[in-house]
Design a protein around this ligand. Structure first.
Ligand SMILES: [Ca+2]
Ligand SMILES: [Ca+2]
Ligand SMILES: [Ca+2]
Length: 120
């Protein structure tokens, strides 16, 4: 009975079926909780953490939340994070591989939208 309840809860909460368990530490990847993507204002995960979302999307980064300001990224998910120069996932910038951390983006202060998916 306990198992049946748990399965239902997991299906409702995680359409992407990421292999995350309830016992995963919140900061399992060091900077960003498992299954999430986090982005910071400054290099080396410093300054404002403008983005801390479950990997999915597409997301537009609102101007008051760091568009054209992102300098470092921690992808703590099993998906690629595809980054774009402009809103609405236009102007391809590059990809962050699953579980890759980028302390200093090669295209600094340019990203405005991103999406998580299973290919780059
Ligand atoms: Ca910046
Ligand atoms: Ca924008
Ligand atoms: Ca831009």
């Amino acid at each position: 009975m306990h198992t049946a309840i748990r399965v239902g809860a997991v299906l409702a909460a995680a359409a992407t079926a990421l292999p995350v368990t309830a016992s995963t530490p919140a900061m399992a990847d060091g900077y960003c909780r498992a299954g999430h993507v986090c982005m910071w204002e400054d290099a080396h995960y410093q300054g404002s953490r403008y983005i801390d979302v479950r990997a999915g999307g597409p997301y537009d980064i609102d101007w008051w939340n760091g568009d054209n300001e992102i300098s470092s990224v921690d992808n703590a998910s099993d998906l690629y994070i595809v980054m774009y120069d402009n809103d609405n996932t236009t102007g391809f910038l590059g990809c962050v591989a699953p579980h890759q951390r980028i302390p200093s983006l090669w295209r600094n202060d340019e990203m405005e939208s991103f999406i998580a998916r299973d290919f780059c």
